[in-house]
Design a protein around this ligand. Structure first.
Ligand SMILES: *Cc1c(COP(=O)(O)O)cnc(C)c1O
Length: 223
C-alpha cells in the first residue's frame, strides 16, 4: 500500500528532510492515493508527463497545495511545459540550460527556483555540472536575476557498492559545505538533494535535506 510505504519512509526521515515522491510512469490515481496519505510533494522527470499531471490536478478540486519538482533532463525547447508550474527545478545540469531558464524567467516575469545538478557518479555519461562550473556560476549569480539558487542535487553511481555510493555523497556534501563557506550571502542555497529508494539511508548520513523516492513508494515502474 502506498500509504504504508510513505509512513515507513517518513519514520526514517529526520524532521526537516523533505520527501519528494517520484511519480514518473505512474498514473494520476496513484498520485492521488499518495496525496490522500499526506504526501503533497511530487517529482517528475519528463516534461510532457510533468505538464500533463500538473494540469490534471488543476482540474480536480482539493489539490491546490501540491508542490511539483522537476527532476529530469530538461531540453531548452521544453521549458514552457515545466517552468510555469515547477516549484523547484532540481536538475539544472548545464550552463546553457541555466541561461535559458533565466531568459524565460525575464520574459515571463518569474523567478525560477533551481538546484544545480552535479556530476558525482563514477559514470562518464552521467550528466551534471562539474565543480568548477558550479563555482563559476555562483561567482556570477548577479547575471541570473530570474533564478533563485536553492542548492545542489546529485545522483550516486549506479552500483550496489555502498562504499562507492557513500563516497559520491560524501563528495557532494563536502562541496556543498565548501560553497556555504565561500558564499555566505546566498541565503537560499540550503538544499542538498541526494538519495533515492536504494540509497537514501546513506544520503541521510551525508546530510541530505531532500530525498527523491519513487519505487519504494509506488512500486516498480512499467516502462
Ligand atoms: C527516478 C528518479 C528517482 C527515484 O528513483 P527510485 O529508485 O525509484 O526511488 C530519483 N531521482 C531521479 C533524478 C530520478 O530520475
Amino acid at each position: 500500500m502506498i500509504k504504508d510505504n510513505i509512513s515507513a519512509i517518513k519514520e526514517n526521515l529526520p524532521s526537516g528532510v523533505k520527501l519528494v515522491a517520484v511519480s514518473k510512469f505512474h498514473p494520476v490515481e496513484r498520485l492521488q492515493e499518495a496525496y490522500d496519505a499526506g504526501q503533497h510533494v511530487f517529482g517528475e522527470n519528463r516534461p510532457q508527463e510533468f505538464e500533463k499531471k500538473v494540469l490534471a490536478f488543476r482540474e480536480m478540486p482539493g489539490y491546490d497545495d501540491i508542490e511539483w519538482h522537476f527532476i529530469g533532463h530538461l531540453q531548452t525547447n521544453k521549458l514552457k511545459m515545466v517552468l510555469p508550474y515547477a516549484h523547484l527545478v532540481q536538475s539544472v545540469d548545464s550552463l546553457h540550460l541555466l541561461q535559458e531558464i533565466d531568459s524565460w524567467g525575464k520574459k515571463n516575469g518569474k523567478i525560477i527556483s533551481v538546484l544545480l545538478e552535479m556530476h558525482i557518479g563514477a559514470e562518464e555519461t552521467k550528466t551534471g555540472l562539474y565543480e568548477e562550473e558550479v563555482l563559476d556560476i555562483l561567482f556570477n549569480v548577479d547575471k541570473y536575476k530570474n533564478v533563485k539558487f536553492c542548492g545542489l542535487m546529485g545522483m550516486a553511481s549506479h552500483t550496489d557498492d555502498e562504499e562507492q555510493i557513500e563516497a559520491d555523497f560524501t563528495r557532494i556534501r563536502a562541496y556543498k559545505e565548501y560553497l556555504d563557506d565561500l558564499f555566505p550571502e546566498l541565503e537560499d542555497f540550503k538544499e542538498l538533494s541526494i538519495g533515492m529508494s536504494d540509497d537514501y539511508q546513506i544520503a541521510l548520513r551525508q546530510n541530505a535535506s531532500i530525498v527523491r523516492i519513487g519505487t519504494s513508494i509506488f512500486g516498480p515502474r512499467e516502462y
